[in-house]
Design a protein around this ligand. Structure first.
Ligand SMILES: Nc1ncnc2c1ncn2[C@@H]1O[C@H](COP(=O)(O)OP(=O)(O)OP(=O)(O)O)[C@@H](O)[C@H]1O
Length: 653
């Protein structure tokens, strides 16, 4: 079949980042716009009832959203740590409701660890031990040698527990002397020789921002960090702080002979719970949430207590009415990372905290001219209301006279589109993982009466661990109660549901059709009704039999067939997302674990740190990052529509 041979085309090949409007002539289905690029997002304004009321302003949308019924599923299993610190291991909250704790800055100081254990057996002998002893840094060498001599004497019985007390956490090594694997093929680096090897490191993550800190001395067991980092916190009532401790083991100490990174243990806690424990908490002045406290490590996947703990101090400084409003000058522009219909997306660094974000800038005059004001306002409101682990978090929104700015967490594992292009298709395990996380994201949106309408691999980003983050909420339709219909013709041609093509009105179940198309595409490399000619593709969507390649199993086929039921009233999910979750395909999924990002992603993108842009096309990153100066005049009444744009979290100072 010819459509199995489609060559993926970059969505940016032909200036196709512009939304296509209805002047494109329908050829097959009445009132259906056609464009040359099947993957391009369509919005048909002729029948776009979203935009009918161009004077609808941000406040109206805000009011609408306040009426939204919140499906709050916030059951937490709390368990004590030192009998005082509640550490969570429950379901992530999905909405921002409580404004007891204001947005602000969280400063984390990590001093040291105690009793850490190396989680895997090491291949170790006297020679290696002595070499390590000589390479140890920031440690009293004589003392270390004495200890290692003791250990040498009983090496046969030496458990890793003991080793972690003697091995230094930071080594200065001649690359070739400890880990030949790093240098075998690289003469240059074997010449460059001495390198600092921070064996123990921590990844601190909160609100999708992460920071890596490295050991600076002592032993693996009692690592010294003495590091300070500050995070911007926008939803403190929902923020979950995760600190994961890893050890990087040189290949020469492992049977595999290859360098490996292993998780030693983690701390996961909810900021508000730490706050609730602090009886002196004042909502508007800096507060110490933890003071030099030893926190026990846990296994994040089983929640079992582990031996070992970390010494921390946490300080929280809430924003106040006097805090200076944000502007583009508070950010350093680093790289262009994407282009949307109305502006660029850039990687930026917030000057005060040094944290890396994505900045989406939108020119006001463009959206006004294209009657896209409502969609843009809806995007910001959806982002500011929704709190899902699988939706890209909005950090801030601000504006100038000419532009609107959104500051989002920078998700740098690349678009799913890019990874699908590279792999052509995914294994069932990998596709299932993405579908589960997407279903959870859609569930959160639907619970807020929001339909997404534009599910496709281009709008799905992978984070550095390989979890998904849905982006681009420009086509969301808000206030869509169960079974309520809308008519706007929008979406991406190969993902359009039949009821949308027939222009008879559609409900939230369009999102389940697109989910079915996406699953099919991930497993086979092409959407099921694909054709390069869009008008033929529309006919196929409406009429063609759904065919599967032989390697798709019956349970998966059954799920796809039910999601791709052309009758929206009989489509799986018509009675709610739970109906889909109950399908046999998902029978082994623990949804609470999933929402805690508890499943290890089957694929981890190659991401070094939050600055890394290697998964982003050079088509963007080669461009010079700049906030273009524009001189658009917008009348006061037009400007008024953007009145409530500013966002600094669940509280506006
Ligand atoms: N938070 C983010 N982190 C990293 N990259 C991002 C982020 N947000 C957006 N991008 C990149 O920028 C691209 C364009 O962003 P987005 O889709 O939100 O813009 P848009 O104007 O709404 O686009 P469209 O024209 O497709 O509707 C995305 O496809 C993605 O590759």
């Amino acid at each position: 079949m010819s459509n199995w041979k489609k060559l993926f085309k970059s969505k940016h090949d032909d200036d196709s980042t512009q939304s296509v409007e209805s002047d494109n002539i329908p050829t097959s289905t009445p009132s259906t716009p056609i464009n040359n690029d099947p993957r391009k997002t369509l919005v048909n304004d002729d029948i776009n009832n979203d935009n009918n009321n161009s004077s609808q302003n941000i406040n109206t949308i805000s009011n609408n959203l306040q009426n939204v019924s919140l499906n709050h599923n916030d059951t937490l299993i709390l368990h004590d740590l030192d009998n005082t610190d509640p550490i969570i291991n429950g379901e992530l909250p999905k909405t921002v409701e409580n404004t007891k704790m204001k947005p602000g800055l969280l400063t984390i100081k990590i001093y040291s660890s105690k009793d850490l254990e190396i989680p895997v057996p090491l291949r170790i002998n006297k020679q290696i031990l002595n070499k390590l002893a000589n390479l140890g840094q920031n440690i009293n060498e004589t003392e270390l040698l004495n200890k290692i001599n003791l250990l040498n004497d009983s090496l046969d019985d030496a458990a890793n527990t003991n080793l972690s007390y003697y091995l230094p956490s930071t080594l200065r090594i001649n690359n070739s002397s400890i880990d030949n694997n790093n240098n075998n093929n690289n003469n240059k680096s074997s010449l460059s020789s001495i390198a600092q090897y921070n064996l123990v490191y921590a990844i601190i993550e909160i609100e999708n921002s992460s920071e890596r800190i490295c050991s600076i001395g002592n032993t693996i067991s009692n690592t010294k960090f003495n590091s300070v980092t500050t995070f911007d916190i926008t939803s403190p009532m929902n923020s979950i702080l995760s600190i994961q401790l890893f050890i990087r083991i040189p290949g020469s100490l492992l049977e595999s002979n290859k360098q490996e990174d292993h998780l030693i243990g983690s701390i996961i806690c909810k900021l508000k719970d730490l706050n609730e424990n602090n009886s002196n908490y004042d909502n508007s002045s800096p507060t110490r949430l933890l003071n030099h406290k030893w926190i026990n490590l846990k296994n994040p996947y089983t929640d079992d207590n582990l031996i070992g703990s970390l010494n921390l101090t946490l300080d929280f400084k809430p924003l106040t009415k006097d805090s200076k409003p944000l502007s583009i000058d508070d950010f350093e522009l680093l790289k262009v990372i994407g282009k949307g219909s109305f502006g660029k997306v850039m990687q930026v660094k917030k000057k005060d905290t040094g944290k890396i974000y994505a900045l989406k800038s939108i020119r006001k005059s463009h959206i006004v001219n294209k009657m896209e004001v409502t969609h843009t306002l809806a995007e910001k409101f959806v982002l500011s209301k929704v709190n899902s682990p699988f939706i890209v978090p909005l950090k801030f929104a601000f504006q100038s006279n000419e532009k609107l700015y959104l500051i989002l967490s920078f998700i740098n594992g690349g678009e799913l589109f890019y990874h699908l292009q590279k792999s052509r298709k995914f294994s069932l395990i990998r596709a299932k993982f993405y579908i589960c996380e997407l279903l959870s994201a859609i569930e959160t949106l639907h619970s807020l009466n929001i339909i997404y309408r534009d599910l496709k691999p281009e709008n799905i980003l992978l984070d550095y661990q390989g979890h998904i983050a849905l982006c681009d909420f420009g086509l969301c339709k808000i206030n869509m109660k169960l079974n309520e219909k809308t008519n706007t013709f929008c979406g991406t041609p190969e993902y359009l549901a039949p009821e949308l093509l027939l222009n008879k009105g559609y409900t939230r179940v369009v999102d389940f059709w697109t989910l079915g198309i996406l699953l099919y595409e991930m497993l086979t490399s092409l959407p099921p009704f694909y054709d390069e000619d869009v008008s033929i593709m529309y006919k196929k969507i409406l009429n063609d039999e759904l065919l599967f390649p032989n390697d798709i199993d019956n349970i998966t086929k059954d799920l796809i067939k039910n999601l791709l039921n052309r009758d929206p009233n009989k489509r799986l999910g018509i009675n709610g997302v739970e109906e889909i979750k109950n399908h046999e395909f998902f029978k082994d999924i623990d949804w609470i674990k999933l929402n805690n990002k508890g499943y290890i992603p089957p694929y981890k993108p190659l991401v070094k740190d939050s600055m890394d842009i290697s998964n982003i096309s050079s088509e963007f990153t080669d461009e010079r990052p700049m906030d273009s100066v524009v001189d658009d005049y917008l009348s006061e009444s037009v400007q008024k529509q953007f009145g409530g744009w500013t966002y600094v979290g669940s509280f506006n100072p």
